[in-house]
Design a protein around this ligand. Structure first.
Ligand code: IMP
Length: 505
């Protein structure tokens, strides 16, 4: 006979947090939102941590290179979608890595005999106004000078004259030598009041450029996540079909974290693929998997598959119709609490901590807070980020409001058959959809929406007397709420003006 779980499948909307003792030190400024992503042994640090507990979903309508850049700057991580060719996905990763916050490889290098007109064409293509000049016009050439938009006037100077006539020549350029630290490079920029510092090899070839604007940007985004080479961190979705080709390409392009993007990760395919990655890369790559909704699924992936983190959630996504189509899934809160319990017991038993990501179905800021209080180390969201200006979709006007399209990876529009079609015998086609295609209102930039969400999270943590996310989870006391108390919690018995454009619920 089928086993029936005794508990009802619960969602985040059914819970409220009770405040704990708030002491004087419990102020938002003192709150740390650091969250581990890579599994770690008790007493040792995680190989990869977020500065805010938020990542974006591996979806076509959500995570391209612009989202990845914006989110890493805020301290989170985007998982660039894998429902595209390996080359395209690797190019998106490489683009994020090109936004190196320190030593930048020039993409506007030019030959001294090239004309100002040619320089303008390169500038228009790259959007960068500073060009290094080398003797052969490539990054491998000897550095001979630098030219910026201050060195000539587009509408006054003869655009057919060579760059060499206008550039600042090597003799007058302040430069650094390879091996210089970023701090020293910034000090030189400051001391000599320069915008750009070329860094040269010992034999005079160009190595990289350091920009003042990157320093300012870094100071304005103290939470940004950088790799060992001061490049922004980026994640990538992978699947269990072409991982032997995709993973090497993504790692070569610079992906820091990989995550299997699967609607049901409790499978031999995922365990096999995860073990292959471990064998090939050891601990050099951080790799997560899922999705699961039970303790059994967690153990299978975390223990037997040796994954770094496990994503929880089936059927809760805003664009998801899996539960209606196939009858599988579980209320997100129940799934999360079961998996967190299993993870905590596993940690107790083995000393290995496996971070948990709550994926999908977070309808508002409160639910993000409840998920973290219940023990998710971080949350993955699609709709939330699809609504921002950095998602890769165009704005459309419907009625008098501005929207962006948002579609599920299991919809015919995405055609992500690797995520949904049956493994092994799959013919590469979706026989039925598990996701829909719709619109979401545009709400602003990633930094604006996260600013509000994280301010609420910090405030709630202070209400509970917690200064870190693990402490938040330990201190959290939750209560189930009745329908009447949910009604009582909203505004009641007053008239409200019409909801404004940009409201997120
Ligand atoms: P959201 O934040 O509620 O929009 O949910 C996003 C999550 O839904 C993703 O991270 C995926 O786990 C999941 N998802 C993405 N596309 C589909 C789909 O087409 N069907 C079901 N789930 C999906």
């Amino acid at each position: 006979m089928a086993r029936i779980l005794p508990d009802v499948s619960r969602t985040f909307a059914e819970y409220l947090l009770l405040p704990g003792l708030t002491r004087r030190e419990h102020i938002p400024r003192n709150v740390s939102l650091k969250a581990p992503v890579a599994a770690f042994q008790r007493g040792t640090p995680s190989r990869f941590e977020l500065n805010i507990p938020v990542v974006s979903a591996s979806m076509q309508a959500v995570s391209g290179s612009e989202m990845a850049t914006a989110l890493a700057r805020q301290g989170g991580l985007a998982f660039v979608f894998c429902s595209q060719s390996i080359e395209n996905q690797a190019a998106m990763i490489a683009k994020v890595k090109g936004h190196k916050a320190g030593f930048v490889r020039s993409d506007t290098t030019i030959h001294p005999t090239s004309t100002l007109r040619e320089l303008l064409a390169i500038r228009r293509r790259t959007g960068h106004s500073t060009a290094a000049v080398t003797d052969d016009g490539t990054n491998a050439g000897k550095f001979v000078g630098i030219i910026t938009d201050k060195d000539f006037w587009e509408f006054e100077d003869n655009l057919d004259t060579p760059v060499s006539e206008h550039m600042t020549p090597l003799e007058k350029v302040i430069f650094g030598r390879v091996g210089i630290s970023l701090t020293e490079a910034n000090r030189l920029l400051h001391r000599h009041k320069k915008e750009c510092l070329p860094v040269l090899e010992d034999d005079g070839r160009l190595n990289s450029l350091v920009f003042k604007k990157d320093y300012i940007d870094h100071m304005n985004n103290p939470d940004e996540i950088l790799d060992g080479d001061k490049r922004l961190a980026v994640g990538a979705g992978i699947n269990t079909h072409d991982y032997k080709e995709r993973v090497p390409a993504l790692v070569a392009a610079g992906a820091d974290v990989l995550a299997f993007d699967s609607s049901d990760g409790y499978s031999e395919y995922q365990k096999e693929a995860a073990l292959w990655i471990r064998e090939e890369y050891g601990d050099k790559v951080v790799v997560g998997g899922g999705n699961v909704v039970s303790a059994e699924g967690f153990h299978y992936l975390a223990e037997e598959g040796q994954l770094d983190f496990v994503k929880v959630g089936i059927g809760g996504g805003s664009i998801c119709i899996t539960r209606e189509q196939k009858g599988i899934g579980r209320g997100q809160a129940s799934a999360l609490m079961d998996v967190v319990k299993a993870r905590d017991a596993y940690y107790e038993r083995t000393g290995r901590y496996v971070p948990i990501c709550s994926d999908g179905g977070l309808a508002n800021d409160t639910q993000i807070i409840i998920a973290l209080a219940m023990g998710a180390d971080f949350v993955m969201m699609g709709r939330y980020f699809a609504m921002t200006s950095e998602s890769p979709t165009p704005k459309v006007s419907i009625g008098n409001r501005i929207y962006k399209p948002y579609w599920g990876e299991g919809s015919n529009r995405a055609r992500n058959w690797q995520r949904y079609a049956e493994e092994g015998g799959g013919d590469g086609k979706l026989k039925f959809e598990e996701g829909v295609d719709g619109y979401v209102p545009v709400v602003g930039s990633v930094s604006e929406v996260l600013g509000v969400t994280l301010a609420k999270l910090r405030a709630t943590m202070c209400n509970l007397g917690a200064l870190s996310l693990p402490q938040f989870n330990r201190e959290a006391v939750l209560t189930l709420v009745s329908e009447q108390s949910i009604e009582e919690g909203g505004t009641n018995n007053i008239i409200r003006p019409e909801t404004k454009l940009g409201d997120r619920e």
